[in-house]
Design a protein. Structure first.
Lengths: 103, 229
């Protein structure tokens, strides 16, 4: 099975954010980058938007990497630095999840 | 062809609901711990313990491989009649695991799929004994009250993504399960909900089926069969 790279994870997140931006009427999401905040006051997403992003991404990951992962798993929720804070951190988390699921 | 998952589908109300959905042209996936004997080209049985998150997750992944999920009916449940001060902790825990956690596990796994689809309907089974605060069923009432609370919160959270979550509450339905309960107890409860004649399986199914046959029903609603005063 091919390695699922960090670049691939970032791309998935940014594409999904852009689509979500269209759906939610928040075009600013199309300009997201690795530093974009995914929750909190500085984020363009509300809590439901973040949940929707996670659900959509799990499907995208399945399409791209052939494995189902749960992005908001207990390990992620208990980390000191939340993987959901920024796009880049989420990409790191996804790469880790996919690698674990593929082994 | 729309796709439904129904839990507790091996017998009684769950099986009757599965048959009703099949008659309405649905593809039905039945989740149950016990062996399932329903034979129909559009019915698929899955061995699932709803109290175990991993068991639910694996089964939902299997269902999803064939496409989408339009309807989830959280029917699996357990009941126990005990006076509050005599209810063993293990009984209370078991009821909470099946009734509340079972519903939660299925709602989480399927809810995520429905959010992706931006559409779906979840129907949770509750009971009239919640609004009646029926004495002698503290643990059961509490576990179903938790299901009702979960229903309202889930409806509020998922509404913007096109997912409706409702609950329906029944009194005693004429099944093997209730036939083991004393007739006088059943009669008293049936009278309290304005249904002295009781509720047949067909009546219960028809009441629940309004959920998928009437898409205009509001989300977050809890409907009871009977007159609660």
């Amino acid at each position: 099975m091919a390695t699922f790279t960090r670049d691939a994870a970032v791309r998935l997140i940014l594409v999904r954010l852009a689509r979500l931006g269209q759906e939610l009427g928040k075009p600013v999401l199309a300009q997201a980058d690795e530093q974009t905040r995914l929750f909190g006051e500085a984020s363009p997403l509300d809590s439901i938007g973040l949940v929707t992003l996670m659900a959509d991404l799990e499907d995208d990951i399945h399409q791209a990497a052939g494995v189902w992962v749960t992005i908001a798993d207990e390990k992620a929720m208990s980390r000191l630095t939340s993987p959901f804070r920024r796009v880049g951190l989420l990409a790191d988390h996804i790469v880790e999840l996919v690698a674990t699921a593929q082994t | 062809m729309p796709v439904a998952i129904i839990t507790g589908s091996s017998r009684g109300l769950g099986r009757a609901l599965a048959e009703s959905l099949l008659a309405d042209g649905w593809t039905v996936h039945g989740f149950a711990r016990s062996p399932q004997t329903l034979a129909h080209p559009h019915f698929q049985a899955h061995a699932v313990d709803v109290g175990q998150e991993s068991s639910v997750q694996a089964a939902v992944t299997t269902v999803l491989a064939a496409g989408r999920i339009d309807l989830l009916i959280n029917n699996a449940g357990a009941a126990s009649m005990n006076a509050l001060l005599l209810t063993p902790a293990a009984t209370a825990e078991a009821l909470m695991r099946v009734n509340y956690l079972g519903t939660l596990h299925c709602l989480q796994a399927v809810g995520k799929v429905m959010v992706r689809q931006r559409a779906g309907l979840v129907v949770n089974l509750t009971t009239v004994v919640v609004p009646l605060s029926l004495a002698g069923e503290a643990a059961y009432v509490a576990s179903k009250a938790a299901v009702e609370a979960l229903t309202k919160v889930a409806a509020a959270e998922l509404q913007s993504q096109g997912v409706r979550v409702n609950a329906v509450g029944l009194g005693p339905v004429d099944t093997d399960l209730t036939r083991a309960v004393g007739a006088d107890k059943l009669h008293t409860l049936n009278r309290r909900i304005g249904r002295p004649q009781g509720t047949t399986l067909a009546e219960a199914v028809a009441f629940i089926a309004q959920e998928w046959r009437t898409p205009s029903l509001a989300t977050g609603s809890i409907r009871y069969l009977g007159e609660l005063t």
